[in-house]
Design a protein around this ligand. Structure first.
Ligand code: ADP
Length: 261
């Protein structure tokens, strides 16, 4: 437990450091971008210099995208939690991914019988699901199956390798599972650390899972990962549930209750 606490503290201070650097860097990049833009206009009649400057602008653009990602990783001020239904969230993310994911990947969204309602910023919830789904896609270059599943589960306080441990009770659960490459233990051990990546330069920032970890634990939840090389990986996310607000949806009220009969 002490080791886990140390890790959480290390991640927090690393995150804060990264945020500070990203902020200053972003301002410098804005100056570089502005002057480059200006120089590009002035070199319209000198193709060689013009092309070089276009390269500079493109590189500055990539750096800006990276610092922006670092800033969203560390920023907490724009977060607006509200009651959201995980069944809706997995369906929205499935629809979003449907258009971008390769044809050789089967994408499934499996809703819970009873809507699992959590209190979370909807943008953050999407970010959690997208980060996990994109990793799953990257782990299946030869195709496979990606499952997004929502559920309501009762924990008895003795769950497999939960980070951090949760008291017994009923939780909303998100499961993101792939039939991809999986991870050896020496990789799995580090995946929640900021900047840890096994992806090629420019492909991964190593911030995806650190962000997931931050969002989930901030919301009072927890997560674990089960992975096996050559078989695949399953992430499970547990979040505190809220009692569903009474919604007057005539379509739903007219329909017979699910599971009746
Ligand atoms: P990034 O995706 O930028 O590398 P992440 O923090 O999202 O950063 O992931 C860190 C590392 O964890 C990845 O580089 C990869 O090695 C490993 N990883 C994450 N998800 C999976 C997965 N579903 N299957 C296999 N490896 C994974």
């Amino acid at each position: 437990l002490q080791e886990r606490t140390n890790q959480a503290q290390r991640m927090e201070s690393l995150g804060r450091l990264a945020g500070g650097v990203a902020h200053d860097f972003n301002n410098i990049l804005a100056i570089i971008t502005n002057y480059t833009e200006f120089a590009i206009e002035q070199t319209a009649d000198r193709p060689a210099a013009h092309d070089d400057l276009v390269q500079v602008r493109a590189a500055a653009g990539r750096a800006t995208a990276l610092t922006r990602q670092l800033l969203t990783f560390t920023r907490g001020d724009t977060v607006q939690p509200r009651d959201v239904d995980l069944n809706d969230a997995i369906e929205e993310v499935r629809a979003m991914l449907d258009r971008t994911i390769g044809e050789d990947i089967t994408l499934l969204a499996v809703p819970a019988e009873q809507p699992p309602i959590v209190h979370l910023d909807p943008g953050q919830l999407h970010q959690v699901l997208l980060n996990l789904a994109i990793n799953a896609r990257d782990a299946m270059p030869g195709g496979g199956t990606l499952v997004l599943e929502a559920g309501l589960v009762t924990l008895d306080g003795d769950e497999f390798d939960m980070q951090p441990p949760l008291p017994a009770g009923t939780y909303a659960r998100l499961l993101v599972s792939d039939t991809g490459e999986g991870m050896p233990p020496h990789v799995a051990e580090h995946i929640f650390e900021p900047f840890f990546t096994t992806k090629q330069r420019g492909k991964g920032t190593g911030l995806g899972l650190a962000t997931v970890y931050g969002i989930v634990t901030e919301a009072g939840g927890s997560l674990n990962v089960y992975t096996e090389p050559g078989i695949g990986t399953t992430f499970r996310i547990y979040l505190p549930t809220v009692t569903a607000p009474t919604v007057h949806d005539p379509a739903r009220e007219a329909a017979p209750p699910r599971g009746a009969g």
